[in-house]
Design a binder for this molecule. Structure first.
Ligand code: WT7
Length: 641
């Protein structure tokens, strides 16, 4: 039996949702009267220029929320606070890696967003156009998102760790008119040359008319006449008045690319009204946000966590959202704790991978800091192993702070399964119960609920406001990936079980998607990158359990004929993958083999390879030449029986 941690009476007393009765009342109302439930919230919690005609339209698998309603996400995140006591409240609290500080009030944010929106307008950009944003974690990144949202330009942020190749694929798929970038970004005291990557990526991207470059590191970068412009030059003398466009609730706010089970990333499309309501409500339900809180989500805005819980959710809810530019261990492993102490952070949201890395660095690092401002902790991105959970609870939260383990995905827009901290007793390692409106379940392949404590597929029965509407230019793949295998329900791609209390335990992915440091990587994407290398004949990639990062990338490679130096080639291939995708996708292990295990129909047996990397101890040596043909013959028979 897992330990249970009920919320303390002091926490409950001040919580937005109090006790199980409070949670259950909301959950029931949302399940029984979804239209009333969400309609009332949308009316009360967001500002609309025009009211919707229906709360919800469901034409499976395509959902619409608040269709016909008109609003603007940028207006809801910025303008509406100007008429309140929040006008001079810090909206974005930023610290650069080298220690610079910026505190941007809602009023100041409004000016920055309006100015940059006018810059974009000045380049002829308008609602319906697309912007690729490729920057480090500076406030101007959030400004760029909000300025696009203000005009109805659909943005797609590409994480700064992606390579030029990966960037190009996204620019091309989106047919973006503009790329917003920076000369560079700081990471562990070094410059990441972002503009160079943009230049490299733009060969073969005829849609891009303009590149706008924010000066961050002061690096000399080539500027192509007519195409490239400095942000600060375009900004000179620009007007601070820029009305927000009155957009349809279903206007695409952003596209975010994520890995699927094929080599091609999926462009997840999120729209405006439903997404904003979902992120706004979860700030209150799950993070129990109070006006005086300083909220810190440590993700990068390049991932959905940063979109929803650094920018849109917190700002819509009027929070002070903290943003940190650099690495967690720079200049020392206590940087996060230092920041919590310095800024009196109240709510801290990070990943199990980060926690496991901190555990390894030793208790002296958090112990040196006064973190008594904290009142709530959060986790996201991967299953949270109970031992790391307990460390987080004791060492960081001093047994005072509930931990909200939040399960969700790029596709879901916002948090789906997580405790309301003043209501739901915690069990380490469990996301506990779904938030209101989320009819989650664990079922078999026929869609039948499985018994308590039995493993099955995690599904959701009914669309919710923040659900991805489709995949960019690929509604067929949207239907097929999420709605077809089990008729009529959203298939999340994960395995889970529910215990005797109905709590959800998320076990991992059931598809060819790996989770490395909470980043989603597709086995197929890395395989396609490997086979592009001139020496490689065939490649198979699997996730290998890893103490810190959850999983690591392990590759089995067969080579074309030739006289290869395996040591050099192994290193070369690791660099190659970093070049094709990004350094965070770098394989930990490359193994050369004469053949890959396959079924008679020719499918690579990843299941078998997963067993090999999990149990066998050939680790360390990345260049063993293996003959897998024996195991192959044996297991192939089994697999096809
Ligand atoms: C996948 C989604 C959504 C934020 C970051 C990742 C895994 C996410 C948890 C959790 C267990 C989790 C799932 C999911 N995941 N949160 N609390 N417990 N697993 O977004 O890149 O779209 O990845 O992350 O496997 O499917 P993403």
């Amino acid at each position: 039996m897992a330990n249970m941690y009920p919320p303390s009476p002091e926490f409950v007393k001040r919580a937005r949702v109090q006790g199980m009765e409070g949670y259950l009342a909301l959950y029931r109302k949302a399940a029984e009267q979804p239209e009333e439930f969400w309609g009332e919230l949308a009316e009360k919690e967001l500002e609309w220029f025009e009211k919707w005609s229906h709360v919800f339209e469901w034409n499976p698998p395509f959902a619409k929320w608040f269709a016909g309603g008109r609003l603007n996400a940028s207006y809801n995140c910025v303008d509406r606070h100007l008429a309140t006591h929040r006008k001079n409240k810090v909206a974005i609290l930023w610290e650069g890696e080298s220690g610079e500080q910026r505190q941007i009030s809602y009023q100041e944010l409004h000016r920055l967003v309006c100015r940059f929106a006018n810059v974009l307008k000045g380049r002829g950009l308008k609602a319906g156009d697309r912007a690729i944003i490729y920057m480090g974690m500076v406030p101007e990144l959030a400004v760029a998102l909000l300025a696009c949202a203000r005009l109805g330009i659909t943005h797609s942020v590409v994480f700064g760790g992606f390579s030029a190749e990966a960037l190009r694929a996204r620019i091309q798929d989106l047919e973006a008119q503009v790329v917003i970038t920076a000369d560079g970004a700081w990471r562990r005291g070094k410059e990441v040359r972002l503009k160079d990557a943009v230049d490299e990526s733009l060969a073969g991207c005829p849609s891009v008319r303009d590149v706008i470059v924010y000066r961050r590191v002061g690096a000399g970068v080539p500027m192509q006449e007519g195409r490239d412009h400095w942000w600060h030059e375009l900004d000179e003398g620009v007007s601070e008045v820029c009305p927000a466009e009155e957009l349809d609730s279903e206007h695409p706010l952003f596209v975010l690319y994520t890995s699927g089970t094929t080599g091609k990333p999926k462009g997840i499309v999120h729209t405006t009204g439903g997404y904003l309501l979902h992120t706004h409500m979860t700030m209150q339900w799950v993070f129990d946000l109070r006006d005086e809180d300083t909220f810190w989500c440590t993700a990068d805005i390049g991932w959905v966590t940063g979109h929803s819980y650094i920018v849109y959710g917190p700002l819509s809810a009027g929070a002070t959202t903290m943003m940190y530019e650099g690495a967690p261990d720079f200049p020392q492993p206590d940087r996060f704790w230092r920041l919590i102490e310095k800024y009196w952070v109240n709510i801290f949201y990070t990943s199990p991978t980060a926690i496991r890395a901190f555990i390894r660095q030793g208790d002296q690092w958090p112990n040196g800091h006064d973190m008594s401002s904290l009142r709530l902790l959060g986790s996201v991105g991967e299953p949270f192993n109970p031992a790391a959970w307990e460390w987080y609870y004791k060492m960081i939260g001093k047994e005072r702070c509930p931990i909200v383990d939040t399960w969700w995905q790029t596709e879901t827009g916002g948090i789906m399964i997580a405790p309301m901290p003043g209501a739901v007793p915690l069990k380490p390692g469990s996301g506990t119960l779904p938030i209101p409106g989320i009819l989650a379940d664990v079922v078999d392949l026929q869609g039948k609920p499985v018994e308590a404590n039995k493993e099955g597929f995690l599904i959701v029965r009914r669309p919710w406001p923040g659900i991805a509407r489709t995949l960019w230019k690929d509604s067929g793949r949207y239907r097929q990936a999420y709605w077809e295998r089990i008729e009529g329900v959203y298939l999340a791609g994960g395995a889970a079980r529910r215990d005797e209390d109905g709590y959800f335990w998320i076990l991992g992915r059931v598809d060819d998607v790996m989770n490395v440091s909470g980043h989603r990587l597709s086995t197929m994407e890395i395989e396609s990158a490997l086979v592009k290398h001139p020496a490689v004949a065939e490649a198979a990639v699997v996730g290998k359990p890893h103490e810190i990062t959850g999983q690591a990338v392990a590759c089995f490679v067969t080579l074309k004929k030739g006289n290869w130096n395996h040591d050099e080639l192994g290193e070369d291939l690791r660099k190659w993958v970093a070049h094709e995708i990004g350094s965070f996708a770098k394989p930990e292990q490359i193994r050369f083999t004469d053949s890959l295990p396959k079924t008679r129909s020719g499918k690579i047996m990843r299941r078998l390879l997963r067993e090999i990397v999990t149990s066998n101890s050939v680790t360390g040596d990345v260049t063993t030449l293996e003959d897998l043909s024996v195991v192959t013959r044996l297991s192939a028979q089994q697999d096809e029986d």
